[in-house]
Design a protein around this ligand. Structure first.
Ligand code: MG
Ligand code: MG
Length: 316
């Protein structure tokens, strides 16, 4: 039962949960499930030669968005895109001196932005419907949690910076709605009920596209691995993250379930961690994990600024 949590605990949990999922999954990114020993803690290695507790592009880009929201007092597409570009070109908010782990759709958007100067630079083709905007989503619904309608709108807009495919935009709208609900302390059975929204009737006025709606109706309840996969397309990713959240009852078990799906493990677990961290709160995350994550204090400070900004927005 998580109803009585202080909302600030949920902000810390969501941002740290994202980073923890990213860092725990990164060493097995790209590996098929069963092709690596079961992951139950931070480890090192993998395609990006990760140090234990080090996170990747997922967290770096979420921090870019978070900084932009608090610096500009709201979602500001050119500023957000500038920071995303700064990450790639200059290592802004990267764990390392240079950025690493960029996805092809994000790279194409940055290059288009540099050439054309239009902040909404995401491709809209079906083949570009990857999980690269969902993985960095949390700061947007956290910032607008007191204004759920805006949270849903700007969750979709934040996707369009780099991922404009309808599947990506709608996945972010729905997942943003879930994060708002989690921050508000909505119980899990209500949150995962078909078509949950913190705004009554929003999916009737602005429907979710078919495959996103299918997940929102609870496609993952009927499935288990290997039908659930940690692939890089946005639908598989959201379904896998929600499966991990639905099939466990605490932060740690869910993140372990997400990571051990392999494939795009860092991102599946980062998507899980945003929602689960908001739902269970920071105190539910094992101490050893909280202490190991790189730049923990900077992440916490930014989560706090998002919380303060959300309160100011609501006039509290
Ligand atoms: Mg990554
Ligand atoms: Mg990834």
């Amino acid at each position: 039962m998580t109803r009585g949590l202080d909302p600030l605990e949920r902000y810390y949990g969501s941002m740290l949960g994202l980073a923890i999922g990213d860092a725990m999954g990164a060493p097995v990114e790209g590996l098929a499930p069963g092709m690596f020993p079961k992951v139950t803690n931070f480890s090192g290695g993998g395609v990006n030669n990760i140090e234990p507790g080090e996170w990747t592009d997922d967290t770096a880009l979420a921090m870019c968005l978070a900084e932009s929201l608090v610096a500009k007092n709201g979602f500001d597409a050119p500023d957000a895109m500038d920071r995303i570009r700064q990450w790639w070109r200059a290592g802004y908010w990267s764990c390392r001196e240079i950025a690493f782990g960029i996805g092809t759709t994000t790279q194409a958007a940055i290059e288009y932005y540099e050439a054309e100067g239009a902040p909404f630079s995401g491709l809209s083709t079906e083949s570009s419907a990857s999980n690269g905007s969902l993985m960095r989503l949390a700061p947007v619904p956290l910032y607008y949690a007191e204004s759920p309608k805006d949270a849903i709108q700007f969750s979709g807009d934040s996707s369009r910076l780099t991922h404009a495919a309808r599947l990506c935009v709608d996945a972010c709208r729905y997942y943003g709605a879930l994060i708002v609900g989690a921050v508000q302390g909505v119980p899990k059975d209500e949150l995962l009920a078909p078509g949950y929204s913190p705004v009554r009737g929003v999916w009737l006025c602005q429907p979710l596209t078919g495959e996103v709606e299918n997940v929102a109706r609870g496609s993952y309840w009927e499935k288990a691995p290997p039908a659930i996969r940690g692939r890089g397309d946005v639908i598989s990713c959201m379904e896998a993250a929600l499966w991990a959240f639905a099939s466990t009852d605490n932060f740690a078990d869910g993140v372990i379930a997400a990571v051990n799906l392999g494939e795009d493990a860092d991102t599946t677990a980062a998507v899980y961690g945003q929602l689960a961290g908001a739902y269970y709160g920071i105190s539910s995350i094992p101490d050893g994990w909280r202490d190991t994550i790189l730049y923990r204090k900077k992440i916490i400070r930014l989560a706090e600024r998002l919380y303060q900004a959300s309160r100011e927005l609501a006039g509290k």
